[in-house]
Design a protein around this ligand. Structure first.
Ligand SMILES: N[C@@H](CC(=O)c1ccccc1NC=O)C(=O)O
Length: 266
């Protein structure tokens, strides 16, 4: 059966003024039964207005199984907002997905690119932390359904990023402020990744050796932190193209294809 056409929706919480970037594009599944969903979080250094949820369209159009659902999301950008607002928006979009489509979602796979990979791991860290703190129903049902998180050409340690690339300190400050201590606290690398047995998600880190904007350092670092925490992450180095080309590459689609099979076997 073919997929209904994509739809735009807004996830602004009720009672607040709608912002154009608090929006998602939904690729509805072809049948009204519970199926897995892919959620795409775009990059662009938290600030590049030319990188939007449309960056997720090639993956959703070309690699997603037709039976699955897909969502690619926008979030407000810096300098208009600062951390943790990007993350709050992403969490609001995920809550929206579960509230609106929950009965037709079996599993969720989150894919984030660059700053979006940072956000994807911040989402996971938030949901793990939240479970320990209290039991918000929507957070719990979200967390329990996230089976795979894929970080592509990701940023995971803001302090080390600034040291390796001093010229990136501009966009880091724009998004996280000038206090480098906060950069550390906000980074996925500083989260306590000791694996909670009640919550299992497969984490896959993909990095192209052709990436002109990021070396493999961020990905390697995150991989070893997750490994030390017992998460058994999967590291996929691809012999591919540039930072942005990876999200449209066959090498990535092959990796995703294997992950779709993994999720279908759960
Ligand atoms: N085009 C972006 C730059 C950018 O996206 C970027 C640069 C270096 C390392 C990672 C980047 N993006 C991550 O989301 C900008 O305008 O700031």
């Amino acid at each position: 059966m073919s997929r209904p056409s994509p739809k735009t929706a807004f996830y602004t919480p009720a009672g607040l003024t709608q912002h154009p970037q608090q929006s998602v594009t939904i690729f509805p599944p072809s049948t009204p039964t519970p199926v897995p969903w892919v959620v795409y979080i775009h990059g662009g250094a938290w600030r590049d207005p030319s990188q939007t949820k449309d960056m997720g369209v090639p993956i959703l159009r070309q690699s997603l199984p037709t039976a699955w659902g897909g969502m690619t999301l926008d979030y407000r950008l810096s300098p208009a907002v600062r951390h943790p607002t990007h993350l709050d928006d992403v969490l609001a979009a995920l809550k929206f997905l579960v509230t609106e489509h929950g009965e037709f979602i079996s599993h969720i796979m989150i894919i984030g690119h660059s700053a979006g990979a940072c956000l994807a791991l911040q989402v996971l860290a938030t949901l793990i932390g939240e479970r320990k703190a209290n039991g918000d129903g929507i957070f719990m049902s979200l967390r329990d359904r996230i089976k795979v998180v894929v970080g592509i050409e990701g940023i995971y340690d803001l302090v080390k990023l600034g040291i390796e690339y001093p010229s990136y300190k501009g966009f880091i400050s724009e998004a996280f402020g000038d206090d480098e201590e906060l950069w550390g606290e906000a980074s996925p690398s500083s989260f306590q990744w000791s694996r909670d047995s009640a919550f299992k998600s497969r984490i896959v880190l993909v990095q192209s050796t052709g990436d002109q904007l990021l070396s493999t350092n961020q990905t390697n670092l995150m991989n070893s932190i997750l490994d030390d925490g017992g998460w058994k992450p999967v590291l996929k180095l691809i012999n591919g193209g540039s930072h942005d080309a990876t999200v449209e590459s066959k090498a990535l689609f092959d990796i995703l294809g294997d992950l779709y099979k993994y999720v279908e076997g759960l």
